[in-house]
Design a protein around this ligand. Structure first.
Ligand SMILES: NC(=O)C1=CN([C@@H]2O[C@H](COP(=O)(O)OP(=O)(O)OC[C@H]3O[C@@H](n4cnc5c(N)ncnc54)[C@H](OP(=O)(O)O)[C@@H]3O)[C@@H](O)[C@H]2O)C=CC1
Ligand SMILES: O=C(O)[C@@H]1CCC=N1
Length: 269
């Protein structure tokens, strides 16, 4: 079995460990590094996965998944540089960081695959987009695709699209959580108990997501089917349009893309 080491087991690193275990990986085939011993202990207790130093991760793992914040990448690259060679495989989950950064800082020929996943990995429903760096072959991409297909769907995109992907699906779950949160508040405004409002909205979100995923219909048609002539939904839609919700989403996602570009620029040579 391929041994995978997650460097930086925070939110997404933990989601990956948990998703891989759910997907059938053995705890003995997974390793992770963490900065604080208390966090490492917590994860080992929860998942039975061993915390190691970077040297051990580099020595034993077939795949090294970098999952630290982009701002924390420099010391990680300094640590990895003397440990890796062309037989290693580095997978970067870091928003904005280009494969060229790794290629510049690591030994020549180290293959790097850039990935933008998302937290639904925790429930095996991730959307991951993968892009090969300069030294990554089709075989390397296949290894990464296979790994991530245990925790959700995988698409391959040109690396130039990764900042847009980050803004759409990397951050995407947050937009849905935000919408659900606001809709539950609306239920409170209308006098419903919070638990009931939560149940109504969450199941509506699950049902709508299932229809989007399973029916062949365009979202516009699905929305139109809910919007009865002179009914209730069209009144709500008019308010959404009046308040510029569509324009707000376009601007929000563009701003997320811009931040991803900025995170990459901060590490330009
Ligand atoms: N959260 C998400 O939904 C997604 C995140 N990503 C990307 O994943 C990466 C991690 O994000 P996220 O999980 O949210 O962030 P977190 O801060 O939750 O996780 C990063 C973890 O790495 C640890 N860490 C930092 N430096 C080191 C080091 N040198 N050695 C070992 N561990 C270290 C951090 O410790 P400490 O807490 O002490 O800083 C933290 O636990 C980012 O680059 C982000 O762009 C990608 C897709 C989705
Ligand atoms: O907010 C972030 O920067 C990370 C990247 C995509 C989702 N979370």
């Amino acid at each position: 079995m391929t041994v995978i080491a997650v460097l930086g087991a925070g939110k997404i690193g933990e989601a990956l460990l948990s998703g891989l275990l759910h997907g059938g990986h053995e705890p003995g085939d997974l390793l992770f590094t963490e900065r604080y011993p208390a966090r490492a202990e917590e994860l080992t207790t929860r998942y039975g996965v061993r915390a190691v130093e970077v040297e051990e991760a580099a020595k034993h793992a077939d795949v090294l998944v970098v999952a630290v914040k982009p701002q924390d990448i420099d010391p990680v690259l300094d640590e990895l540089a003397p440990l890796l060679g062309p037989s290693s495989l580095v997978v970067s989950l870091c928003a904005g960081l280009p494969t060229s950064l790794y290629e510049r800082r690591l030994a020549s020929g180290v293959p790097v695959v850039r990935v933008m996943p998302n937290t639904p990995m925790l429930v095996n429903e991730a959307m991951s987009a993968i892009s090969a760096g300069r030294y990554a072959t089709r075989e390397h991409l296949a290894v990464v695709r296979d790994l991530l297909s245990h925790v959700g769907q995988v698409v391959e995109v040109p690396e130039g699209q990764q900042d847009a992907v980050t803004a759409l699906s990397g951050s995407g779950p947050a937009y849905f959580f935000y919408l659900v949160e606001a809709m539950i508040d609306a239920g409170i405004l209308l006098g419903l108990p919070r638990t009931l409002a939560g149940q109504l909205i969450i199941q509506s979100a699950v049902g709508a997501a299932k229809m989007l995923a399973e029916s062949e219909e365009h979202p516009v048609l699905l929305r139109e089917a809910v919007t009865s002539p002179a009914g209730t939904t069209i009144n709500a839609i008019r308010e959404l349009e009046k308040h510029g919700v569509r324009a707000a989403l376009l601007a929000a996602i563009e701003a997320a893309r811009d931040r991803s570009v900025e995170l990459g620029k901060a590490h330009e040579a």
